[in-house]
Structures are given as C-alpha cells and as structure tokens.
Write a protein that binds this ligand. Structure first.
Ligand code: MG
Length: 261
C-alpha cells in the first residue's frame, strides 16, 4: 500500500506540475537520483478489456509520406545514422533486429498523423515489460508504448498504448499475439518559451485498433524510465521505433505512413 500511495503521489505530481518544475528534471534531478523505476509505475485502476471491431489494413492516403511500404527501409537509419539491419521479410512486413538498435526516420517532423501496424509473435514468451516490448517515439522523445498486453500484467502506465510512465490508456482493445494491431496517432508538437519551458505542451491522441485510448492527452515532459519527466527544448524530430533489449522474440511492423499537419 505504501508503494502504491507513493506511485499515485508521483502521478498526481506529474499531472499537476508546471513545466518550470520539470525544466531541470530527468536523470540529473536530485529527486530522481533517490528513486528507482517503481516510483513512477502504478497499477490501478486497470483499463477495461475491449474487443476491437474488424479493422482491415489501411492503404496510405494520397497525401501521406509512406515510411514503410513493405519493400525496403530507405526512409530509415539506425541510431548511428547508418543503414538499418532490421529485417525486411518480403511479405510486406519487417521485424526488429535486436542487434541493431532503434529504427529512426531520416526525415524530421512537427505535427502529424501517424499510422502503423505491429504484431507480437504468436509464440511470444516472457512477462511484464519483457514480453514483446517496443515503442514508437514521437519526435524521438515521447514514447507510445508497444507491448503484449493481451494477458500480461504490468504497471498500467507502461502497458500497450500508454504514454510511457505518464498516462495509461483509457481501455485495452489489444489483439492476441499473432494478430496485427493498429495505432493511429495524432500528435501536436510543443512550443517553447525562451527560458526553455513549454509555452504549449505536446499533446497526443491514440486510436488503438480504432478505439480511442488517449484523448488529446497532455505530456508533461520527456519519457524517462526512472523518476520525473524532463522539459527539454527541441525542434522537429524523427519517428523512432524502439529496439527493446528484453529477451522475448522480436515483434514485426507493417504499413507505416505519416501525414504532416
Ligand atoms: Mg517500450
């Protein structure tokens, strides 16, 4: 109970704090140095399970930038800016290469609508955060979590379609391992004052298999594994797909496109 109250207190602080309070937060913050990852995780309330409707694969709209059409990774590089070694499977999908870091778009973006589809292997093993973990980083800084949350308890602000360590999804409409899931993400980039704090925060809407799970949710800062988010001034940024180091089998992606807003 004590740990639960501590986590809830941190969550409440995160939701009510001003950007000024988080300007110097993140890994270098004195409060963060006294924390471990559990201090920013909470388990209640559990988002209700919802069975999604039958969404067929979308083809990209005519004004979209196609980031992955199933054929190659020409729009992407790895963390080092080199050609990625993620695996293009030849059937319209690609699979994370756990030896080659994250997958990062060459292009940078501000406000956008992003569509992507992901699939956890049917024979996935592991539990908690070590079960099909990946993620999509908006402007390279703010993670929408990807995880097998079909039958896998973890902290709710770290489950599929959470804004990692900040906001749990409203409900959980995930499909079982082996089936494809769809994210449609609408992102409004932050603007900054001269002192580096937010003039307007980043906001994120997520439709998960067609079901609204993040409703124009405000981010209070960067995605941090330990401690408080940080407010870090930045400009346009890439879309990044996470290579998570957990030992479970790698997940796959298909049909990724983006519309600038
Ligand atoms: Mg992740």
């Amino acid at each position: 109970m004590k740990k639960y109250l501590m986590c809830m207190a941190l969550s409440a602080i995160c939701l009510s704090a001003s950007a000024q309070q988080f300007k110097m937060a993140g890994a270098n913050d004195e409060r963060t140095k006294k924390m471990d990852p559990r201090h920013s995780e909470f388990y209640d309330p559990q988002p209700a399970k919802v069975t999604p409707g039958d969404i067929t694969t979308n083809s990209a709209p005519s004004d979209a930038i196609v980031l992955f059409d199933g054929k190659d990774l020409s729009m992407w590089v790895n963390d080092k800016g080199e050609a990625s070694k993620w695996i293009v499977n030849g059937d319209g999908t690609m699979t994370v290469n756990k030896q080659d870091g994250n997958l990062v778009t060459k292009d940078y973006f501000r406000d956008f609508q992003l569509h992507l589809e992901w699939c956890v292997p049917a024979d996935i093993e592991g539990e908690g955060q070590a079960r099909g973990n990946s993620g999509v980083f908006l402007q390279g800084m703010y993670e929408v979590q990807i995880l097998d949350s079909y039958n896998n308890e973890t902290y709710v602000n770290g489950m599929a379609a959470s804004l990692y360590k900040q906001s749990a999804p409203l409900v959980c409409p995930i499909r079982k391992p082996g089936e494809w899931n769809v994210y449609d993400i609408i992102y409004t980039a932050p603007t900054f004052k001269e002192d580096g704090t937010y003039r307007t925060h980043p906001f994120v809407t997520v439709l998960f298999n067609g079901v609204l799970v993040q409703n124009n949710t405000m981010l209070v800062g960067t995605t941090e594994y330990v401690g408080f988010p940080a407010v870090q001034k930045h400009g346009d940024g890439p879309i990044s797909l996470q290579m998570h180091g957990d030992p479970s089998k790698a997940i796959s992606f298909r049909n990724i496109w983006l519309r600038k807003l």
